[in-house]
Design a protein around this ligand. Structure first.
Ligand SMILES: Cc1cc2nc3c(=O)[nH]c(=O)nc-3n(C[C@H](O)[C@H](O)[C@H](O)COP(=O)(O)OP(=O)(O)OC[C@H]3O[C@@H](n4cnc5c(N)ncnc54)[C@H](O)[C@@H]3O)c2cc1C
Length: 654
């Protein structure tokens, strides 16, 4: 969802107007710009802002009113009206995908799934239930099967496939929704007293199987959904901090802070649904980390309830040296050490200017060379992303049908790029940019970026293409469930890698996946593409997107997992990390011994045992040896496709 859309509550004028308003207010209060001299600096903001219908889908990504759908003639639409792409006719998407994957995708050949029934009976713990009933209201806990199922998974392809076409296996026995920290403390005490497992739940957006229940757990498993603890408890504009409860969802945090002229600057691609606590627990990274930092740079303090009691501090310094700091252990803890109840974060004024940009490069190598030089030139844009050729083409295939003058315009642009500038459409790549800050800083950044780009044969491709690239981020997240219905399994995985290995890693992973796909005789050709999403002085974060056509393939989700592991082996062999920001969960835990010494692994095990001796936080993430059995996916050859008529809620003619 575009940030501007999220800002509807504060008016259409968006970020620039808010920044301007804040400036006028500042000018009217000159005493506030003087050095502060003590006194109360905090205020309690209005409750978090919600906009319209926020119902989320239970078995697909995102809002319930939004999904890609194919019309019988092959045109694709995104239903609803939330995104720029919503309700637009996408005539080239399916033909392009078919060409790239060398398969036929019949828009009427839809793999449907039944609504889930017959949820596993919950393992009851009567003593625990009667204790929590003394401090939770009736609407703060549920044994409902659908709620329990939704709380038993995140968004890995394995999980999303299993809930549709197979079986998830063990799911939580009970879901609870605490509304205040004291209730979390009581829940942990009750869990200790009655030997119950607690699994904290944020937005359920993780892609590591982190929320999946250990298959062999015989104790009652309780999913602690934090989303009713969603307040900003205070904002301190003088010292530029805010205290945000763990269950606050990203989109609400953005709109609520923006009302007062602030941002915390953390915008992962999942920002619409992921939560403050989830970001800390997974060690997340946002697309604008160049300007605002990764989550560990933004968070100053974390409140957490552990099996040993509550961890909190008496003050929040801008930076401290206080010996071994338990707060730092929470980053990447993935629910294993306690329940995060809130975090103090840095605040930044809303930028005076937000400009988008885009650059075309003749080849991926030239794009990477540009990024390398930029990384060492300083004063980076808030975000800079480089798509390889396939992903660039994918972006083009997602362009709505154009009419009138736009048809001519895009023809002329194509001729200019390919015939006059001589860019090869099968090699060229695109870089998208977001610049944020004071007007003069942004102007300086733009001059530097485009100057460096020119040295690498880069060609400015305009703000519109840049903006479109970032808006697509949110709608593209809906594609995986769409293609799954059309017999294509797709997933992304990421890594970080030093500069010298960027090209070898990207090429190596693509080749390995391609070879393994061919070796297994899978249908058509694989879809494997990458983009560089974050830059550092020392290297980058690379995202891969991999998809294959699975019609007639036995146990396709396990095949996907195998191929992803092959890719991961290659990533590690090329000097890449296990993950830049998605984390470990259960999906990648078997790799821990490959990246960490025995002593390192032992530290983790010993620490967990000492801090949580009865394993109350027993989600069993990050265990070097898998504790949970793989998701139970029966070996079946998919039934012959039903020729279902594609239905669409989207307007527009088929
Ligand atoms: C489409 C898509 C885009 C994504 N883009 C990004 C991205 O750009 N950057 C990025 O970093 N990640 C991204 N992710 C991954 C995911 O969104 C992040 O890992 C996110 O931080 C998870 O937050 P959540 O609130 O959804 O946590 P959940 O999925 O609910 O939980 C994740 C883990 O954190 C634990 N946890 C959650 N809340 C708490 C708490 N209060 N206390 C203790 N433990 C807790 C859970 O037990 C679990 O182990 C993306 C995922 C998807 C599907």
């Amino acid at each position: 969802m575009p940030v501007e859309r999220m800002l509807e509550t504060v008016g259409k004028s968006g970020i620039a107007a808010l920044a301007q308003t804040r400036k006028w207010l500042d000018a009217l209060r000159p005493q506030e710009s003087a050095t502060p001299r003590g006194g109360e600096t905090r205020f309690v903001p209005e409750p978090l802002a919600t906009v319209g219908d926020e119902t989320e889908s239970n078995d697909m990504w995102g809002f319930a009113d939004t999904a890609f759908e194919a019309k019988p003639n092959g045109d694709v639409y995104l239903t609803g009206s939330r995104y720029e792409l919503s309700n637009q006719r996408l005539p080239t998407l399916l033909p392009w995908v078919q060409g790239v994957m060398s398969v036929t995708i019949d828009p009427l050949d839809i793999r449907t799934w039944p609504a889930p029934t017959g949820y596993p009976a919950p393992i009851a713990n009567a003593a625990f239930q009667s204790e929590i009933a003394t401090f939770l209201a009736g609407d703060q806990w549920s044994l409902d099967g659908a709620a329990r199922l939704r709380h038993g998974h995140g968004h890995t392809q394995e999980e999303m496939y299993a809930i549709k076409f197979a079986k998830l296996g063990r799911i939580p026995d009970l879901v609870v929704w605490p509304t205040e920290e004291q209730q979390v403390i009581q829940l942990v005490e009750a869990a200790k007293a009655h030997n119950v497992v607690l699994i904290p739940y944020g937005g359920g957006t993780n892609v590591t199987d982190a929320l999946r229940c250990p298959e062999n757990e015989t104790r009652t498993i309780v999913s602690v959904d934090m989303r009713r603890m969603n307040k900003i408890l205070w904002i301190d504009p003088v010292n530029r901090m805010a205290f945000i409860q763990a269950g606050a969802v990203g989109r609400h945090i953005i709109t609520s802070l923006a009302r007062y002229g602030w941002t915390m600057g953390h915008e992962p691609d999942s920002v619409e649904f992921s939560t403050m606590g989830g970001w800390v627990a997974t060690h997340a990274s946002g697309m604008k980390k160049n300007r605002y930092g990764n989550i560990e740079d933004i968070v100053l303090d974390v409140h957490v309830v552990t099996a040993q009691g509550k961890i909190e501090r008496s003050s929040v310094g801008p930076r401290e040296s206080v010996g071994i700091d338990p707060r730092l252990w929470l980053f990447g803890s993935e629910g294993t050490l306690g329940i995060i109840t809130g975090a103090v974060v840095k605040l930044f004024p809303l930028p005076e200017v937000q400009n988008y940009g885009s650059i075309l490069f003749p080849t991926f190598e030239q794009g990477v060379a540009f990024m390398y030089e930029l990384a060492h030139a300083g004063n980076w844009p808030a975000s800079v992303r480089l798509m390889d050729n396939l992903q660039f083409q994918f972006g083009q295939a997602l362009k709505p049908a154009s009419e009138g003058w736009h048809v001519q315009k895009s023809k002329i642009e194509k001729i200019f790029v390919t015939q006059i500038k001589g860019f090869d459409p099968t090699q060229m790549v695109a870089c998208t940019l977001v610049f944020e800050g004071a007007k003069e800083d942004v102007a300086a950044q733009e001059a530097r970026v485009y100057g460096i780009a020119a040295k690498h044969n880069g060609m400015k491709a305009g703000a519109e293409n840049g903006s479109r690239g970032y808006q697509l981020t949110y709608s593209i997240a809906y594609i995986r469930d769409f293609v799954m219905k059309h017999w294509v399994l797709a997933e992304s995985f990421e890594t970080s890698v030093p500069w010298s290995q960027v090209i070898p890693l990207c090429e190596g992973v693509k080749k390995r996946v391609w070879d393994e796909h061919q070796k297994r005789g899978l249908p058509g050709t694989p879809f494997i593409t990458c983009r560089v999403t974050q830059i550092y002085e020392t290297g980058v974060c690379v995202y891969f997107y991999f998809a294959f056509h699975y019609k007639g393939v036995e146990n396709p989700t396990a095949v996907y997992h195998e191929l992803e592991n092959v890719a991961r082996d290659e990533i590690l062999a090329q000097g890449g990390s296990l993950s830049h920001h998605h984390g470990v969960g259960k999906l990648r835990q078997e790799y821990l011994p490959k990246i960490m010494s025995d002593a390192g692994l032992s530290w983790r095990v010993q620490a967990k045992k000492a801090l949580d001796p009865t394993d109350i936080f027993g989600c069993h993430n990050q265990e070097a040896a898998p504790a949970a059995a793989p998701i139970a996916v029966p070996i079946v050859t998919p039934a012959p496709a039903k020729r279902a008529r594609a239905t669409s809620k989207a307007g527009g003619a088929a």
